[in-house]
Unconditional design. Structure first.
Length: 285
């Protein structure tokens, strides 16, 4: 009888996890406890850029931030040295055209038209800057309406007197991008801008619903992220972060806020932390 009740509940109101013991992963906020920690820390999956209409700091995120002592994002946005590195991050040693054949330059010129720019305007910028054009396809609202999740979270943290920090340096992020996207791959990516726009709309909806499995699947779509890119953009960085997080959590309670793509999978932060002996469970309210 219990089996049939469970099947009915699963079919009607989605109680599959209760009936069959599967973990409900529909949360972007996860509690980290155990393994000698005196108090819990937390892991939050973010969506770096959002239009204002899609942006929300959920009550459970605000509540969690109020209860921890420190906010740690991927990089420390309050460090003036990091700010300076970011300001110079688009500079290139070689022009784009010097690395392309005439045919490739012609192709890139045509692609850039759909982004409202020209090869002449982009020529002195680096490959990472070329790749970043995809944000124009993903975030279509006016610049004044764009919200960066981590910055909004940081503002709240500073307002409420929390300490802040970062997991890595911007230079390492740029190095990871360079290893992931050479010039030809960056051109292939921006040529697929319409696909990226379509997938991003679905990602945003999954993010708003906190459907972490769906968000993870979309972020790692093989049409836009191959194995090499997943390794350098996600896996390698996750492994670096997990080496540093235990000592940080041992000292004080922390809310770690990182891109949602870093959370799930065998080499995601949730499983890597569990492998180190921590209890990592979703926070629903």
């Amino acid at each position: 009888m219990k089996k049939w009740i469970c099947l009915l509940l699963a079919a009607t109101i989605g109680f599959t996890s209760i009936c069959f013991g599967q973990e409900n992963k529909n949360s972007l906020l996860w509690e980290i406890s155990g393994n000698g920690l005196k108090e819990s820390s937390y892991l939050l999956g973010t969506f770096h850029l959002l239009c204002e209409k899609d942006f929300e700091l959920k009550p459970k995120v605000i509540s969690t931030l109020s209860n921890v002592k420190k906010l740690v994002t991927e990089i420390d946005y309050t460090d003036p040295k990091e700010t300076q590195v970011m300001a110079n991050a688009s500079k290139a040693e070689k022009t784009l055209t010097s690395q392309l054949t005439h045919e490739e330059a012609t192709q890139l010129t045509e692609i850039l038209k759909s982004y409202g720019t020209t090869l002449a305007e982009m020529d002195t910028l680096n490959t990472q800057s070329l790749y970043s054009l995809l944000a124009k396809k993903a975030i279509t609202c006016p610049a004044a309406e764009v919200k960066m999740y981590e910055i909004e979270l940081l503002r709240l943290a500073i307002t409420t007197g929390k300490k802040t920090g970062g997991l890595e340096k911007i230079a390492y992020q740029m190095e990871a991008l360079a290893k992931s996207y050479d010039l030809k791959e960056a051109i292939r990516q921006i040529a697929a801008g319409d696909l990226y726009e379509e997938l991003t709309k679905k990602m945003i909806e999954a993010f708003k619903k906190e459907d972490l499995p769906e968000l993870n699947k979309l972020l790692k779509d093989k049409r836009l992220m191959n194995a090499n890119q997943e390794y350098w953009m996600l896996t390698d960085r996750n492994q670096n972060w997990v080496r540093d997080m235990p000592a940080m959590m041992q000292t004080e309670s922390i809310l770690f806020a990182v891109g949602g793509g870093h959370l799930m999978g065998e080499k995601g932060l949730i499983e890597l932390l569990r492998a180190k002996g921590y209890t990592v469970k979703p926070v629903f309210q």
